[in-house]
Structures are given as structure tokens and as C-alpha cells.
Write a new protein. Sequence first.
Length: 436
Amino acid sequence: MLLARKLLEPFMLEINKLRTQTDTIIQNLVRKQVKDAEKTVNNILEVDAKRRAIQVELDQLRAEMNKVAKSIGKLKKEGNESEASKAQARTGEIKQRIKELEEDTRQVDQQLTDQLLTLPNTPHESVPVGKSADDNEVVSETELKKDFGFKAKPHWDLAVEHDIIDWKRGVKVTGAGFPIYKGKGARLQRALITYFLEKAGAAGYTEYQPPLLVNEDSAYGTGQLPDKDGQMYHATGDNFYLIPTAEVPITNIFRGDIVKESEFPIKACGYTPCFRREAGSYGKDVKGLNRLHQFDKVELVQIVHPDKSYETLEDMTQHVEGLLEDLGLPYRRLLLCTGDMSFTSAKTFDLEVYSAAQERWLEVSSVSNFETYQTNRLKLRFKDENKKTQLCHSLNGSALALPRIVAALLENYQQEDGSILIPKCLQPYTGFEKIG
RNA sequence: GGAGGUGUGGCAGAGUGGUCGAAUGCACUGGUCUUGAAAACCAGCAUACUUAACGGUAUCGGGGGUUCGAAUCCCUCCGCCUCCGCCA
């Protein structure tokens, strides 16, 4: 509803592409594991054809209506009342038909929108075909330190021992998934945020402090709605959504813009808390800091020329890897397979750090190229050298999400005496060299 | 939260029911002139959909309504301004 209708008019996958590159798109949707891709696409094209047929008739009728209305004005001025009332009678019929067609248009538009919303972005050709996370490709992996020479403790225990995270009072104040950072824990959080922002600034990103609540239009703009409805906290009194990531407000800053080619690349970053309901999560996935309802994250966003977006994807991924190296955390880079990528992405790299005590990998960053999937919704375009308006490409990546970084730092930097060392690069920001 | 005002093209600013997609100025683009520049003059200059093209349709903050016809009248929502209240 609301602006959604207007925003969705140009649709998700561009309807033009769907018309002109039908076979390629169907193949790609099949790669993405979409069921009945061919049938769905053909349905959409059928509805689209119907819509255009109605539109043509409607336009013709409106043209006639405009003409007659104008002639009535003329006739009345000339005092030719009898001709004028004749013409008026004719408009009555046209008007009726227009009303019918308008209703048809509304229905067909709705059908088209609903169907297009079910189609995800198509994967880039370099993305491996697969069904689930098991089919993701490990691109690179750093050396793992698995043997501590003593029994490594999980971060949730370390955090309590050093009194830097208060889980219980978090439950009292709000609920599970809302931990309270305390003392050096809070300070460590602040140090990480500052450090990440400094690095982004040095890499040419402009820092933003966006709103933490967004309206419905913004939620549609970046694709959280309708796909992730129910995963976001919803302030129903004012119909605002608590942001699940800074990607939403920061990308929407540019919604509706037509930028100059010379403004590329647009590089934006920002720190925000992120809010996620995480309905349906359970078990060891939600233990400790592994999955929270509120967490902190620094996000990178880039809006670039379509020719440059894959270069940019590599660039952003390397930026994040640089952070992990500075922090001295063991990590690996994954290329997500078609089935495991998000709904909106064309190609995604995930970065995972190894959590020593849990003996598992934790996702700390996801860097994606959305190509035109988001910009189409956002109507975010640029004028090319021929002065034609074209859609930009948009990308984003976490750099980084804090909780799992904190978990990995605590676990990987724990010493036999129970203390936890702070990596050198963070010490200027924490003001201390170890915890405990 | 209350009262009043206001919302037109990149900007400024006309237009209060009929030939208005919208006067005029500025800015911008191309051209003439000039050694070059300025000035002057000429032309162009919103977006989207549709058409092979001519053309057509929609859009004057958003949505709805009245009318043969709406930028212009009515309803509603949103933004901005002023005053009052409240508040970090």
C-alpha cells in the first residue's frame, strides 16, 4: 500500500529485461533453484501483455475524452449550446468505459506486482550452482590455531568471568538476545566501532548517522519488504520499522536520485545498532553472542557504474579481509552458491571467523553485489554519456558485525591464566591491553 | 499536541475551472558573431509509459472526490514556515 504501489511500478527484475531476455532469465532462475521458473515467467509476460493492451485502449479513450472536452469549451464560448450538449452526451459513454478500464488496470497491475515480487535476483554467471550452504565454495582460508595447550573456554563463560557482559540483567530489562555490555566489554564495543569507522573513512567512505527507524517505502526500497516481513520490529503506532541493518537507511538516502556519472563511485558507511526478531532461530545458533535481537554493525554501501560493480565487490571484500587480518583472527572467504544467496543478491562473498572454543565458523560479514535489483526499486539512476538514464548498481557489506567478532576475539585471544589480550590495532581505542 | 499559513519545472516565480506540460527571469546545452572570452542574438532544455514513426497518455507534494473539462474547487495524508504548549 502507500507508496509501495508507486515504487513497485517499475518492478523488481526489470520488466523490460524479462521481455527481451526471457530465456536467459529463465535459465538463471533455474540456476537459483526457483521452482517453475519458466511457468512463472511466462505467466508474468502474459499478464504484462494484457496490461499493455488495456493501457493502449485506455490511452486512446483518454485522448478522445480530452479532445471532446476541449471542443466543448470552444463551443460554449461560441454560444453553440446545442452542439455542446451533444458532445457532453458523448463524453458520458466514454467516461463509463474509462472507469471500467481503470479498474481492470488496477487488477492487472496488482497481479503483475504480486508475481514479480516472487522472483529473486538472478545470480551472476560466476556463482556456483547449489542448493544449500553445503554447496558454498571456500575461496581462501587462513591458518587455524586449534591447539591452545589448555582447554579453551567459550566466550559466554569468559564474558561472565570477567564481568563484561551481563546476560541475566539484559533478560530482565528487555529479554533474551539483548545483552548488556559492561565496563571493558562496553569499552571494547566502542573501540571496535571507532576502529572500523576509521578504516572505512581512510578507504574513502563518507560516514553517515542515519535514522534507526525507517518508513515503509524505505523497507520496500531495499527489499526487506515484503520478503522479510515479520523479521523486523514494527512500531505500529507510526508504522515505522526498526532497521535490521544500516543498509536500509543508508541505501535509501539515494532513493529516487539521478546521479551524474562523475559522482561515481558513491561510497557511504555508517555505524548503527541493528534490530532483528530472528523468529524461528534456536539451539546453539543463539547461544551467547552468536545471534542477537540487537547488535552493532558498521556497514559499507557503494553505488557504482554497472561496468565497475564486480571490481567493486572484490574491493569491498578485500577491505573486510584487511580488518580481519589486522585483528589477527583466523578467517575464510566463501563464495555463496546460487541456493544460499539472499533473495536480492547477484553475487555474495561471506567472511567467517573461526571460533576456537566453539570449534565452528561464524559469519561476520556478507558482501553482495545487487546489480540493478535494488536500484530498480529505488529508482536510483544515472545519466550515461549519451544522456540516457540507466540504473546504477548497488553493493553493500558488513565491516563488521560486532558480536561474533567480540566472541572470536575473546575465544582466540584467551590466555592460560584466564586473561584476554587485546589486538594491537585496537589498543589505541580501548585504552587497555588486556581484560583480566 | 493546538492555531494559522504554505507546497508549481535545476532555482526564482506567474497562473484560481477551458486551447496550461504550464508565462517570465536565472542557470544549463548547442549555434552565430569574436584572435579568444564576455556581451548580444538564434535554438534547445522535466520524468515515465507507449508507438516503426507521426503521435498519444500520465504527472503542478501524495492519495481520493466534484465536473463534459482541475495546477486552479472539495476531502484526506505528508512536508515546510510562523505563533503557542511541551521537552533532551
